[in-house]
Every structure is written in C-alpha cells, then in structure tokens.
Ligand binder design. Structure first.
Ligand SMILES: *[C@@H]1O[C@H](CO)[C@@H](O)[C@H](O)[C@H]1NC(C)=O
Ligand SMILES: *[C@@H]1O[C@H](CO)[C@@H](O)[C@H](O)[C@H]1NC(C)=O
Length: 393
C-alpha cells in the first residue's frame, strides 16, 4: 500500500489531468483498469529487485520533489534569469551529457536558449547527431573559441579555473549501449523490423564516462510505418487487432490502441530500457555518475479533450500519449532500483493561452523556441532540474 502512495505522489498532477481527458472519454462500460494492470507489472518487477540503500535514497528525494509546489500562474513561467544562474552555480566546473531522441534535443535547445539570454552569447548546434556547448562562462572570460583546441587535461583545468560548464547532446532513439564505437547499431542505418521506422543511435557511453551528470530519455515506440498507409486522417491500425489483449474486453479502436500501447510498453520498452540501464550499472566509470531520466511529455493534449470512442481524434497522438502515461507511471518506480533519478516535471501543467506571437505546437510536441509556451517549458524544466540537483547535493 505504501508503494502505491509513493507512486501517486510521484505522478505529476498534469499527467493525471491529461489522463482524465484521454480516458474519461473512453466508454465507461469498458473497465480497462489501466492503473491496476500497470501496478501488476510493477509488482512483478519489484518482487525481483533488491531494495538497496541507494534506491531508498533516490525514492526519498523523488518524494520530496513531487511534494514541491508546482508552478501555476503565468507569472511563474516568466523567464527568471536567476534560474540560469542557479543552474550554473549548481553545475560549476562540471560536464553534463544529455542523451535521447528529438524531444531530448528540444530540451537541450530550450536550455541553450535560456543560456543565450542570460549570457548574451550564442550557443548554436552545428551537428546532427551530437553537439557541445561551453556554457556558464564568467562575463568577459576570453576563451569561447579556444576551449576545444586545448589538450584534454588543460581543458579540464580551464573548466575548473573558470567555473564554467560543458554540455553535450548525443542523439539516441533507443539508448543503444554497445561499447564499440564501430558497432553496426551506430554506424549503419538500422530499421526497426517491428515498426519499419529507422533507429538513430550515435555512440554515447564514452561521453557518459567523461561526464559528471547524465540526463537521458527514451521516447515512446513510434507507430509502425504501415499505420500511415490507407486513410489520411485515421491511417490503418489493423495491427492492433493482432496483439494479445491485456486490458479486459476490447471492441473499439481507441481501446485497441491503448492496449497496443500497453503491449509495446510492457513487452518491449521497459525490458529494453532496463537492459540499457544494466549496461550503465555494469560500468564502474558510469555507475558512479549522477544519472537522471527526464520524463516524456504529452503530445498535443489540447486536442485530446475532444477524443471519444466514436471519434478517435488523432490515433497517433493517442498511441503516443498512452505510452507516455504508462512509461512515466512505471519508470518513476523502477528507475531508482537502477540508480537513476526520475525527473518528473518538464512541462507546465497546462498550455498558456495562445497569443498572436504563439502559434501553438507545430508538431504537437515542440513549441517554436521563444514563444510563450516554449519559455514556460524552459522555466519548468530548469526549475525541476535545479530542485533535483539541490536535493542530491
Ligand atoms: C573503427 O573503424 C575505423 C575505420 O573503419 C578504424 O580505423 C578503427 O580502428 C576502428 N575502431 C575500433 C575500435 O575497432
Ligand atoms: C490495412 O493493413 C492490412 C495489413 O497490413 C491490410 O490487409 C489491409 O488491406 C489494410 N487496409 C486498408 C483499408 O488499407
């Protein structure tokens, strides 16, 4: 029972609210008992996981994070330069690695934008698979260009002398963890046979060993390429009928999509994530680092209000969002046992009213940089990160 209470506290009110919008629209007589099904999955895992001191410590920190006051009014989302200065103070002389899919890249872009405003310097990203930024340099400190030309040991000395921070992003859609940089998983285009979608994985373990903090994520399994064949609005979701039924009686397409999301999460996503994390834990140079998992966030949630069993709305968004809900539910409890902190609060709990300058999310996940909603997200993400790091220290 206690575990269930912890679980409830760890969940962000926003997720609950959104879940309400998505699932309250499901037919009432279809009692899918999703949380019960997820709790069953958790219990199966937890029965085999050792309760270590470090897992207890991480759980305690997460609990105190969850009880921190979430930002509410639009004023809370205004850009506070103090936030960036807090981040810089907490990360002084450290190396940070962000690794994950395009959403992680987007968080990195939000962060760099906040740095740009604070430092009045540009932090552009020229690479596609990875890029580095030298941030938090004291005003007037003259090295921005020369830093990467220094030999590594001088680079470290310089980092300490200036109190600045090195931040690196590496693209990895499935957190592939081969040690060999020449592994075909990195060097050759790999199409995931289960979805027909290409995986994009750059090597990152080497960077993780050199970093003090690793912030990672793996996003929802993409909808199979063949769902895009057929009807333009609804696609072809015939594959969901071929999956085993996990959530009670089916019958409607939305239910079947939620069931498919459950199937992917439980049979594929969680086992693969735990496998990646076992690789990290087996590496003494990575195990000792501060490991953080940033939650995934919901796509286009405004539109999901109109979702109903007759009118599917956007089936791709439902498939994505159902996975986000399930992943965050399971990972917030499982990750501490792998020595990883779950960072729950990434987005504001609601979309701010659109202003003429703020055209809304273009691809329903990422607001254009500089718009009010992107800045709100920038603030919430950095505030969450500061709150977590303050508690870890
Ligand atoms: C990786 O491949 C490159 C060029 O193909 C080669 O020079 C290098 O030695 C290889 N590295 C390893 C660790 O096998
Ligand atoms: C949907 O896909 C299935 C299997 O891939 C196929 O048999 C069926 O004909 C497709 N339906 C439409 C309407 O395209």
């Amino acid at each position: 029972m206690r575990r269930r209470r912890v679980l409830k506290l760890v969940l962000i009110p926003a997720l609950v609210l959104l879940f309400f919008f998505v699932f309250s629209a499901l037919p009432q007589n279809q009692n899918i008992r999703l949380d019960d099904a997820l709790d069953e999955v958790l219990n199966r895992y937890l029965a085999h996981l050792p309760i270590s001191l470090s897992a207890q410590k991480i759980h305690a920190i997460q609990k105190s994070l969850a009880s921190a006051q979430p930002p509410k009014s639009p004023r809370d989302f205004q850009k506070h330069t103090s936030q960036v200065s807090e981040v810089c103070a907490l990360l002084r002389s450290q190396k940070i690695l962000l690794v994950g899919p395009e959403t992680t890249f987007y968080l990195h872009s939000l962060w760099m934008r906040a740095q740009e405003t604070y430092e009045n310097r540009l932090h552009e990203c020229f690479g596609y698979e990875s890029c580095s930024h030298h941030i938090c340099l004291p005003p007037g400190y003259a090295t921005p260009k020369g830093h990467y030309k220094l030999p590594p040991q001088d680079r470290n000395k310089e980092l300490v002398a200036s109190g600045s921070v090195l931040l690196r992003y590496v693209l990895s859609t499935s957190l592939h963890t081969a040690n060999d940089k020449n592994d075909t998983g990195y060097t050759q285009p790999v199409v995931d046979p289960a979805t027909g979608i290409r995986l994009k994985n750059a090597p990152w373990l080497y960077q993780a060993r050199k970093s003090n903090i690793v912030i990672m994520n793996r996003g929802p399994v993409p909808a199979p390429a063949w769902t895009f064949a057929g009807d333009k609005t609804f696609g072809n979701w015939s594959f969901v009928r071929q999956l085993p039924w996990h959530l009670g009686p089916g019958g409607s397409l939305p239910m079947e999509i939620v069931n498919a999301a459950f199937h992917e999460t439980v049979t594929r996503f969680i086992p693969e994530v735990l496998q990646s994390l076992r690789t990290l834990q087996a590496d003494p140079l990575i195990r000792s680092k501060i490991l953080v998992w940033h939650a995934s966030w919901f796509s286009g949630f405004v539109e999901l209000k109109s979702f109903s069993s007759k009118n599917v709305g956007d089936p791709w968004a439902l498939y994505y969002n159902a996975q986000v809900y399930m992943q965050n539910y399971l990972l917030s409890t499982l990750l501490p046992h792998s020595g990883v902190y779950f960072l729950p609060r990434i987005t504001p709990s609601r979309i701010l009213a659109n202003s003429p300058l703020d055209p809304g999310p273009k691809d329903t996940l990422k607001f254009p940089l500089g718009t009010a909603n992107a800045e709100a997200m920038e603030t919430v993400f950095l505030k969450s990160l500061v709150e977590l790091l303050e508690r870890i220290r």
